[in-house]
Design a protein around this ligand. Structure first.
Ligand SMILES: NC(=O)c1ccc[n+]([C@@H]2O[C@H](COP(=O)([O-])OP(=O)(O)OC[C@H]3O[C@@H](n4cnc5c(N)ncnc54)[C@H](OP(=O)(O)O)[C@@H]3O)[C@@H](O)[C@H]2O)c1
Length: 234
């Protein structure tokens, strides 16, 4: 049974790689020898990160709005063309919004639901054929908000759906050798927040958890990692 202490040229695809947790995970994985496929809508930020990580042989920038099926298919196709396959796919793109069912706008709700739920499902759909070939790994960013219900938070509802999706995918993929990991961060200091939080986790704290999950031997399936900052109560 093979054991991996690092990437050794293996390929990690990340959605939401232009910022925050996704970008920090890309940097940490790259330092560990992984080749990266960096996806998000902000192409310039992705290209700057790809350059920082060593250019096209080490990191590929792909513009992708995760709510668009054609763009997700293209993302995976470009990844396979560039690097020959995908060993791990990290469905991480997402955002929140104001709490309160009378706050926020219906249009923003639609975008949030489409990005956080439909987008994650499309990333699974697009990447599973390539992951199956490599007996690879799927990682989804849920949240502490996907484990407890937060008053008035439709965002919390979307993350409950992602938590369910991780377990649904795990059972669906049983027997293929593909492993599934849910990452459930508490308050993390990223551009997710307009006003940056105090006493929060750092994006690299979550990146470390992702790297832990994707560097286990093939017979070890890390299904969930829930992480709060020590200062967070709820
Ligand atoms: N920060 C926290 O406290 C916290 C806690 C628990 C869970 N999370 C989750 O962690 C994940 C990453 O968030 P973060 O904290 O790192 O925030 P962030 O810095 O704002 O990153 C969000 C990423 O998602 C991408 N994204 C948003 N909509 C997209 C779309 N339609 N298509 C493709 N990419 C899209 C953004 O890139 P573009 O704008 O360039 O597309 C960006 O790269 C999210 O799923 C979030 O819900 C965050």
């Amino acid at each position: 049974m093979g054991s991996h202490t690092g990437g050794e040229g293996r390929v990690l695809l990340i959605t939401g790689a232009s910022s925050g947790i996704g970008a920090a995970t890309a940097r940490m994985a790259s330092a560990g020898g992984w080749r990266l496929v960096l996806a998000a809508r902000s192409l310039q930020a992705l290209q700057a990160l790809a350059q920082e990580l060593g250019g096209p042989e080490r990191a590929l920038a792909v513009q992708c709005d995760v709510t668009e099926w054609e763009q997700q298919q293209r993302m995976v196709q470009l990844a396979v063309e560039a690097f020959g396959g995908i060993d791990a796919a990290f469905a991480n793109a997402g955002f929140g919004g104001p709490r309160g069912f009378l706050n926020d706008t219906p249009e923003h709700w639609r975008e949030m639901i489409l990005t956080n739920i439909y987008g994650a499902a499309l990333t699974i759909r697009a990447s599973v054929p390539a992951l199956t070939e490599r007996r690879g790994q799927l990682i989804l960013t849920s949240s502490v908000a996907g484990r407890r219900v937060i008053a008035g938070s439709l965002y919390s509802c979307t993350k409950h759906a992602v938590t369910a999706m991780g377990e649904a995918a795990r059972q669906d993929l049983h027997g293929t050798g593909v492993r599934v990991t849910l990452i459930e961060p508490g308050m993390t200091d990223t551009p997710f927040f307009d006003q940056r939080p105090q006493d929060a986790l750092l994006d690299e704290d979550i990146a470390r958890a992702v790297l832990y999950a994707i560097t286990q031997p093939a017979h070890v399936d890390v299904n969930e990692i829930l992480i709060r900052p020590t200062a967070q109560e709820g």
